[in-house]
Design a protein around this ligand. Sequence first.
Ligand code: PLP
Length: 507
Amino acid sequence: MNYHSTRNSGISVSSAQAISQGISKEGGLFVPEKLPHFLYSDLLELQHCSYTERAVRILSAFLSDFTAEEITECVKSAYTGGKFDQDMPAPISYLQNGKMNMYLLELWHGPTCAFKDMALQLLPHLLTKSLKKIQSSKTALILVATSGDTGKAALEGFKDVDGTRIQVFYPENGVSPMQKRQMNTQEGSNVSVCAIEGNFDDAQTGVKKIFTNPEISRLLEQNGIMFSSANSINWGRLLPQIVYYFSAYCDLMANGEIDYEGEKVNIVVPTGNFGNILAAYYAKKMGLPVKKLICASNANNVLTDFLNTGVYDRNRDFHTTISPSMDILVSSNLERLLYDLTGNNSEKITGWMNELSSSGRYKVDEDILSQIHELFYAGFCDDAATKETIKEIYQTENYLCDTHTAVAVNVYHQYAEAEQDEETPTIIVSTASPYKFADSVLNAVSSEYRADASEFEKVQELSAVTGTPIPTPIAELEAKKVRFDTICSKDKMGEAVLKTAGIKYTV
Ligand SMILES: *Cc1c(COP(=O)(O)O)cnc(C)c1O
């Protein structure tokens, strides 16, 4: 199977090339030329398989230039050996008291307690094998600008992986105290973390400049190093996400929750960059019986408006919310959906994306919009409603969820009412442990909440109040040594990268 670029359908590369490169030269994203199809008989078989077996089956259908042994090796390194609680990467939580058929797909049992582990535990293995396949003997230097979850998940995924180094930049005052501590205490011999004076955009812009700086590229080249990306536009990050939608459906089959062949489920996804919900869309196209894809946003509701009206308009205020991983105004992966819905029309996509970067706005055609309405339901909720939902689901179901998951639950309720659909079994994607956002979650469920308590006091308090266990990776953080405390100015980021690369350099 080869991969095309969304901005030039004439481009055709292997999966190893697509994963190594991350993004196509003209700025397009790599997409598979054709989606493999899974039949009901395949699902019947897969329902008796482990998560790793399911992952191998689905990945093999996409990575035709990898051998079965290579894929198995990658998948086992990612998902077994205690990286995830009880080696169960994507368990389903069944709610007891609900009228509605809600199933919480918990994707936060990995080393950083957020769903990005699902892809970032696997990507390093896919990437190092891809580099070998394209006969690159270079060390891959991964550069990441993060607003929180991605940085930590990438550090954990790449730590001590042969042939790679990783440098993470985060805005000094733009991540939560827990996220900062997670990154600053990172272990591993090939990792580097640096706070920068500025906001997330400064970090992101700085990284883009380093990627395209000819002097830095020359120095790296001389030293046998190449840049690579762990960003969610990399196909190697999207592919692992398709697996858990199939896996969840198979678990529901195995547990007798699916009553007949082809019974459809709804899937609700708290959405930021449109990566996670795009993977659900691909799963549907590959034959998974899905009724509606429900896209849940916070106050940054640019996607809600787009999916409802067909107009994408990023010219609006940016809101800092209690679900920060969804605070985003340009959802990169939407480009892949549009490419698919236009029947691979890369001229059209290029036009829209150019409009987006010049005026911040584009409008899709009526026929695209009607396809979108057929596939998706979109809604959003603000911080107050998010907290209200955390409290309600805790009180009625005794289920503690994080802020991002609560946005999904809230929007699901909106959907069920608007579309009069309480019967369809519904998978709600739970993307982070409530302990990762202990401050907001505690505030929502406890009257004892003290804003001035330390982050770890809030974690303890949340556990005491709710009787739920603190995830080990978070419990262990308090005692960990801080390894990185450098703060650098925006214009010193390049030097930090060279230092990480082990290159002596004087200006
Ligand atoms: C990244 C993230 C999201 C958004 O996922 P996208 O793939 O960017 O849509 C939602 N919740 C959490 C906790 C995240 O870390």
